[in-house]
Design a protein around this ligand. Structure first.
Ligand code: BG6
Length: 473
C-alpha cells in the first residue's frame, strides 16, 4: 500500500521530467500502481500556464488515460530563489493537506545542480521540510546526480543536506542502481554457488566495462558542457557497475547491508596519481562537438573517457578493470565482460586455442541478459576448438526486459526504501577518485584526444588496453 503523496518536481519543464519522470509516473498510473490520492506539482521558471506546461508532454498523450492522468498534475511558476514562489507553494500544499492529512511530501530536484542549494534554502525558509522526529518519514527529498562538481562541492552539498534533512529523508538517485540487470547482479553472484569460487584474481584475468550512446549531447548542451562525461556518467554509473562486480557478499540483504557492501567496494578502488593519469586515463571529444547547440566554441569538455582502474581488495588485487564510455560511438550499449584466465593451452596447445576463452558478459542494455562464452570442440573435427555462447535474455525468458529504472526508483521513494539510493560515503569515495583525475587533467594542460563520431573513441583508448596484451571485446 502506497501512502497518498504530493510530489513537487523542481525543474519540471526540463529534460529529466520530460523524458523520464512524467513518463514513469504515467506508466505507474496506467498499471494502477499509484495510490488513489496523489498530486504532482511541476515547479519551474518558465512563464507557462497549466495547459502550456502539459503540452510539453504531448508525446505521451495516449487517449483517455492521459486525459485522466492530467487531473493529477498542475504547474507552479516561480523562480527557485524567489521567496514568494515558496510562500505560494506552501499555500497550495496546505490546502492539499487539509483534504488529506496522510499526505507524504516528496520534493524532487530535477534541475541542474547549480539550483540545488537555493531550492533547499527555499524549502527550509518556508518550513516545508518537516524535521519533527515522528513525522520524518513524511517529507522526502529526491536529488539527482551530479552531486557537486568535485570532492569539495560534493561535501558542501552533503553538509547542506544533512543540516536540513535526516539521512532517512534523502534519496540520492543513480538510476543505474535500479536497472533490472544491475539489481540482478546480487542475485546472480550470491544465489548461484557456482560463480563465487571463481570470482577472484585466481580465475579472472580482467574486467571490461563498455558504456556507449550513438547520440551526441542533443538538446542537453548547456548542462553537459558544464559537466563532461567523467562527472555525468563515470563518477556515478560506471563506478557503481564496478561495485556490482567487486563487492563482497552483503552481511544481510537489507538497505544498510547492501549499501555497506557497495560503499566498501567503491572505497577500495585504487586512487590514481598524476603520473598514472596520463598512462591510464584517456580523455576524448568527438570532432563536431563544438558545433553542438549551447556548447562553448572553445569547450574543453570531454565526451569520452577510457580508464584502467584497480580495486584493492584481496579478491580483485591486480585485476585490471578497463572502462570506456562515450557519446557518439557506434552502438547504444552498456555491458560488463568478465574475462577469465585462459587455461585451454594446458592440454590443447598444439591443437590451437581460441584467443579468448571463457567470458561472462552481462548485458545491462539493450538485449538485457547474460552470456557465458565457453570453449567447445567443433563437431565432425578430429580436434578443433571454437567458442559458443550460453545465453539468457530477459525478453525470451520473461517476455519483457524488466521494469523501467525510474518506475522502480519512484516506487521505492513512495515506499521509503533507500536500498537503491546512494549513501553519502559511497559518493565521497567516488568523488575522491574522480577529483584526482580532474585535478590531474587541470595540471597537465590539454590532454584531450579527438575522435570521429561513430567510432569507439580516440586511438589511445585502444592503446590503453592493447599495451597490456588485451583487446576490447
Ligand atoms: C544519465 C546521463 O545519467 O544517463 C545521460 O546524464 C545519459 O548523459 C543517461 O544519456 C543514460 O541513461 P540510460 O538509462 O538511457 O542508460
Amino acid at each position: 500500500m502506497i501512502n497518498p503523496f504530493v510530489m513537487v518536481i523542481f525543474g519540471a519543464t526540463g529534460d529529466l521530467a520530460r523524458t523520464k519522470l512524467i513518463p514513469a509516473l504515467f506508466s505507474l498510473y496506467k498499471k494502477k500502481q499509484l495510490p488513489k490520492d496523489f498530486y504532482i506539482i511541476g515547479f519551474a521558471r518558465r512563464d507557462l500556464i497549466n495547459d502550456g506546461f502539459l503540452q510539453i508532454f504531448e508525446s505521451l498523450n495516449d487517449k483517455k488515460e492521459w486525459n485522466d492522468f492530467l487531473r493529477y498534475i498542475s504547474y507552479h511558476q516561480g523562480d527557485f530563489s524567489d521567496e514568494k514562489a515558496y510562500i505560494s507553494l506552501t499555500g497550495k500544499l496546505n490546502l492539499l493537506e487539509k483534504n488529506n492529512n496522510h499526505l507524504n511530501f516528496l520534493y524532487y530536484l530535477a534541475t541542474p545542480p547549480v539550483n540545488y542549494l537555493e531550492i533547499i534554502h527555499g524549502l527550509q525558509e518556508s518550513e516545508l521540510i518537516d524535521k519533527k522526529k515522528e513525522d520524518i518519514h513524511r517529507t522526502r527529498l529526491i536529488i539527482e546526480k551530479p552531486f557537486g562538481k568535485d570532492l569539495e562541492t560534493a561535501r558542501n552539498l552533503d553538509r547542506k543536506l544533512s543540516e536540513n534533512f535526516d539521512e532517512r529523508q534523502i534519496f540520492r538517485v543513480d538510476h543505474y542502481l535500479a536497472k533490472e540487470t544491475v539489481q540482478n547482479m546480487i542475485a546472480f553472484r550470491f544465489a548461484n554457488g557456482i560463480f563465487e569460487p571463481v570470482w577472484n584474481n585466481n580465475y579472472i584475468d580482467h574486467v571490461q566495462i563498455t558504456w556507449g550512446e550513438v547520440k551526441g549531447v542533443g538538446g542537453r548542451g548547456k548542462f553537459f558542457d558544464g559537466v563532461g562525461l567523467l562527472r555525468d556518467v563515470a563518477q556515478n554509473h560506471l563506478l557503481q557497475l564496478i561495485a556490482t562486480i567487486a563487492m563482497e557478499q552483503p552481511k544481510t540483504f537489507s538497505k544498510e547491508g547492501v549499501r555497506d557492501a557497495r560503499a566498501k567496494a567503491i572505497k577500495a578502488i585504487r586512487g590514481i596519481s598524476s603520473k598514472d593519469i596520463l598512462e591510464n586515463i584517456v580523455r576524448g571529444q568527438y570532432k563536431d562537438y563544438l558545433l553542438e547547440k549551447d556548447v562553448s566554441p572553445k569547450s574543453e569538455t570531454e565526451t569520452f573517457v577510457a580508464m584502467k582502474l584497480f580495486v584493492d581488495s584481496p579478491r580483485f588485487k591486480d585485476v585490471p578493470f578497463y572502462l570506456r564510455a562515450g557519446k557518439k560511438v557506434p552502438k547504444d550499449v552498456v555491458e560488463i565482460s568478465i574475462v577469465f584466465i585462459q587455461t585451454c593451452h594446458i592440454l590443447f596447445k598444439e591443437f590451437g586455442c581460441p584467443e579468448i576463452g571463457n567470458v561472462l558478459t552481462i548485458h545491462i542494455q539493450p538485449d538485457e541478459g547474460i552470456i557465458l562464452r565457453v570453449i567447445t570442440k567443433k563437431p565432425d573435427s578430429k580436434l578443433a576448438l571454437g567458442t559458443v555462447d550460453m545465453k539468457f535474455t530477459y525478453q525470451e525468458e520473461f517476455g519483457n526486459k524488466g521494469a523501467d529504472a525510474y518506475e522502480k526508483l519512484l516506487l521505492d521513494v513512495f515506499d521509503g526504501d533507500q536500498m537503491l539510493f546512494n549513501r553519502s560515503d559511497e559518493l565521497e569515495s567516488s568523488w575522491e577518485l574522480i577529483t584526482q583525475i580532474l585535478r590531474g587533467w587541470e595540471s597537465q594542460g590539454p590532454v584531450m584526444k579527438f575522435y570521429d563520431s561513430g567510432t569507439w573513441g580516440p586511438i589511445e583508448a585502444n592503446r590503453l588496453i592493447e599495451k597490456d596484451g588485451k583487446k576490447w571485446l
